[in-house]
Structure formats: structure tokens, C-alpha cells
Design a protein around this ligand. Sequence first.
Ligand SMILES: [Zn+2]
Length: 426
Amino acid sequence: MKTLIRKPIVLEPDGTFRETDIIIKDDKISHVDLSDDLEVFDHTIDGRGKFVVPGFINAHTHASMTLLRSYADDKELMAWLNEDIWPIEAKMTREDIYWGAALAAVEMIKSGTTAFADMYGPFMDEVAKIVDESGLRGVLSRGLIGVAPDADEKLAENVDLYRDFNGAADGRISVMLGPHAIYTCPPDYLKKVEREATRLNCEIHIHMNETLTEVNDCRKNYGRRPFEIVAESGLFDHGTLAAHCVHLDESEIDIIKRHNIRVAHNPGSNLKLASGICPVTKLMREGITVALGTDGASSNNNLDMLEEIKLAALIHKVDRMDPLAVTAAEAIQMGTENGARAIGLKDVGRIEKGMKADLVLLDMNSAAWTPCFNPASLLVYSGNSSAVDTVIVDGKILMENHELKTLDEEKVLAEAANCARRLTNK
Ligand SMILES: [Zn+2]
């Protein structure tokens, strides 16, 4: 299969842009230059008036939580989890997980996300099924709550998920182990997870230092800060994707650096739950990979990565009182190339020959994109995800001219709404 994207404006890996052609051969970008008019293609996309960027990478989410979007808002994190979210999640069936993930997939594709790192469960095989059917890339983990009565069963489910799906869907699915957080996983349980990580040679996806309460409780219970306790378990030796990292001291930043931990910054969720602001500029100065995530849709309340990119570009400016703190180009890089690195995708995140063809075409024919001096700047500060026109993953078109090709949008919306109604009796 050979596809030509004719004359779009292309975002280059160095942040510059130019008009050129892109040729996709099977799953890869085979050419980023003007093409020979004599070549024959199976499919041609008219790219004129379109801006092509690498697909957005959602480095931290809980896909099936879309079912609880707007169910409980404007609450403190622990009260929100204990009183609203966890009791409903405990009732979720296999069907709920499937349609929640399908709803997330529709929303992600329509807003230009091509890969996501998910932590949820039970029934993560249903999320894997949606990754397979939708054509997205998914890095999946079973959320592990060490204080739960069935903590060992949850770990066994994560191990099964790894055995059954790591490398599945033509390599579009990979699996990590998902110890939820220090406040739900005591040190002896972290050690159990570490033993499985060693056995499977598997990476870790964990929430770290999201709130001040979490850090203070950890110091009270264990005498040290969360990164020190988790480092002691050996978990960080396996390659780690750490979500949030809002409240860090210097010794923890040192641990992040030493263990090459990749940070998933979730500005929307951190703002909404008043968790705080991740010290992104400091982490970037230390050469730490900072990616972006939406977190679950019920703490955001959507899975729109362009909103996170815009928030990342804006909140650090006011936090540092420095308009150069995070530039538009850096924010895009966090949402694309850094995201790919953070979730362990090696040949994704840049538009160049040999990389996987995971691309988003944005329609620039609208008021928000006029005039166009700098499309990267327009993307971050002026446009929004309604400009997402065509989405390609692994060389396959998942949406063209706003029309989904792999999922039945109407059916997904209806089924997901039914599941949410039944779960909440509302
Ligand atoms: Zn989360």
C-alpha cells in the first residue's frame, strides 16, 4: 500500500515547517520531499491547505473512565475517588470497559491522538480489543491497588495482559505493569510488582507525587518521600512512566534523572483538582523527558491533547512569570516526540523517512488559522481540535475528511451512554 499526501505544510523534527510531499509505504514514512509525478499510488490525499504534524501521544489516561465524565466534579481528589469514582468503578462490567474504551477511542481519533498509555481495569483485554479494532496504538496496564483484598489477583491479571497482548495488533499494543500509586500500594506490594517486572522484563506506569497530601502521608507512614520509597523497591530499575510529578524536591528530581524516569505531565487534571503545577521547566533543564497526558476524562473532562498542549504552553509562563518558559514548539514536542519516548515507542513521534506513519492533518481553512505566519504557533495558541481532518496510524487511515473509518461513532456514543446510565442509575 502506497499513499501520497500531496503538498501539505509539514512540521519538521526541528520545529520548522515547509510545503512538501509525504509518501507512506505500508506502515512507514518512506519519503518527505517533492515526489516524482510519474509514480503511481494506491491512494492520494490532497494536502493543500493542511498542516501535517506527528500524531499526538496521550502519555497518561484511563480510557474507560469516559463513562464517568461529568458524573462528579469540583471535589477534592481523595473525596472524589472515595465517594464517587471508586464505588461506581467497582460495578463496571466487561461491557462497560469495552464501550468506555470505544468512546475514548472515538474522542482520541477525532482530536488527533494516535497513541495512548492507559491504566485501568478489570477487563483490560477489552481495551486491547478496542485498540485492535480502532487502529490506535495503546500502551496498556492493569491498575494495581495493593491495599485491595484481591491485590494479588490484580497483579496476576496484569501479568496475563502482558502474556496475551504485549506486541499484539501488529505491534500496536504493548503492556506495562501498573502499580497505581504510593498511597494505594505499600512497599511490600511494590516489591511483589518488582519481581514480576524482573521476570517479564516489563516497564512500569505509576502515579507519583500528584498531591501534597500524598507526599505528606508518605513521609508520615514511611519516613521518606514517595520517590525514595519506590526507588527502594527496585521498580524504577525497569523503565518507568511516572504520571503527575507535581510536588518534587531536589532529591526526587535526582532520582528521576538517575533512573531515566519519563514524566507524564497532566496540566488539565492538575488544574481541575487543584493538585498544583509540575515543575516542568526545571525537569526540562535537567534533560528529563516530559510528555503530556489528559488523565481520565472524569478529571479533565476530555481527552483532547491539543488542550493539554495549549495549557502546557500557558501555565508555566505564569508559574515562572516568564513568557518563554515553555514555547509553542516545546509544547508540541511534549505532546508528540516526548510522548512517544515516554510511553516506550521507538520509531514514532517525528515526521521523517523510516519513522512509523502516525500523522495528523489539520485543516487550515478557517478564521482561527488566518492569516498563517506560523502554523505551529496557530496550532497551540489559536486553533483547536475541530481542525483535525485526517488521522493516520501505522500507515492506515483511521479518519479522513472528519469521517471515522474504523469505528461506528453513532453506535459507540449510544452504547456508552447506556452503560453510564445503567452504572449510575441516572
Ligand atoms: Zn491518572
